[in-house]
Design a protein around this ligand. Structure first.
Ligand SMILES: Nc1ncnc2c1ncn2[C@@H]1O[C@H](COP(=O)(O)OP(=O)(O)OP(=O)(O)O)[C@@H](O)[C@H]1O
Length: 232
């Protein structure tokens, strides 16, 4: 569903990602872990088609992201949860969700998808008319995930969605992410919160200084010395 093949990027003369290869198969929940500055958000932006690659390729459902273009990825069946949520603060929740729905190719009526989101996120149901910018951080995190899901995507890519959430809310959030995978969606979860991410992921990769330093099943990574040294 998602394949990065020997991807290298740079910021001006400074190399960032170096020869990064990773794959997420249909129906899998895979996490990409890494310390601050490892290149996680750079990887996310590259998957969104926002960064030009120096080398390598990124394919979603077999299609080259660079050829498809960022603005058409949603219609290809991809939902994104960017770091910091990036909702439209002056629009209400419903309007935020409607914009994302309109960018997708979902054939189910909007009201049906809205009802599905309200069932998945009960906190959202009574907040549909509230300005997104006035919601709490936790509520905004739920809206950002609902926005990624409203068009019924096949693939969901998330960049550090648990940032700023309380421990209780992190558990609730990751529980929902696990359910999304159980319902058949493919998920790439980019996270610093290694222990929680690995507790729901099927597999994971560790990114260190722009390179993949380890990869394997969640069980393997939990037993990996480098992962332990960095996180656990
Ligand atoms: N637009 C940019 N121009 C120059 N350098 C950049 C740019 N964006 C990111 N970088 C640098 O690239 C490196 C990787 O940044 P990135 O945001 O991908 O890391 P990260 O793994 O997501 O970190 P964090 O967990 O702290 O968010 C950092 O050293 C950062 O300063």
């Amino acid at each position: 569903m998602l394949e990065l093949k020997s991807v290298s990027t740079s910021y001006g003369p400074v190399p960032m990602l170096r020869n990064v290869s990773l794959a997420v198969n249909k129906g899998e929940l895979v996490c990409l872990l890494g310390p601050n500055g490892a290149g996680k958000s750079t990887t996310f932006n590259a998957i969104c088609g926002l960064i030009r690659l120096d080398a390598g390729s990124i394919r979603i459902a077999g299609k080259d992201v660079a050829a498809v273009g960022t603005e058409r990825l949603s219609a290809l069946g991809v939902g994104f949860v960017p770091e910091g949520r990036r909702l439209f603060p002056t629009l209400n929740v419903r309007e935020n969700l409607k914009l994302a729905f309109d960018a997708s190719r979902c054939r189910v009526p909007f009201e049906d998808r809205l009802e599905a989101m309200a069932s998945l996120f009960p906190r959202i149901r009574e907040r549909l008319w509230q300005g997104a910018g006035t919601m709490s951080g936790g509520e905004q995190a739920m809206v950002a995930l609902a926005r990624a899901l409203i068009g019924d995507p096949q693939l969901v890519v998330m960049d550090e969605p648990s940032l700023g959430l309380s421990p209780k809310l992190i558990d609730e959030y990751f529980d929902i992410v696990g359910r999304i995978r159980d319902e058949g969606k493919t998920v790439l979860l980019i996270e610093q919160n290694a222990e929680t991410a690995l507790s729901i992921a099927d597999r994971g990769y560790l990114l260190v200084r722009g390179q993949i330093a380890a990869g394997g099943t969640s069980k393997d990574l939990l037993a990996n010395d480098t992962v332990h040294h960095l996180y656990l």
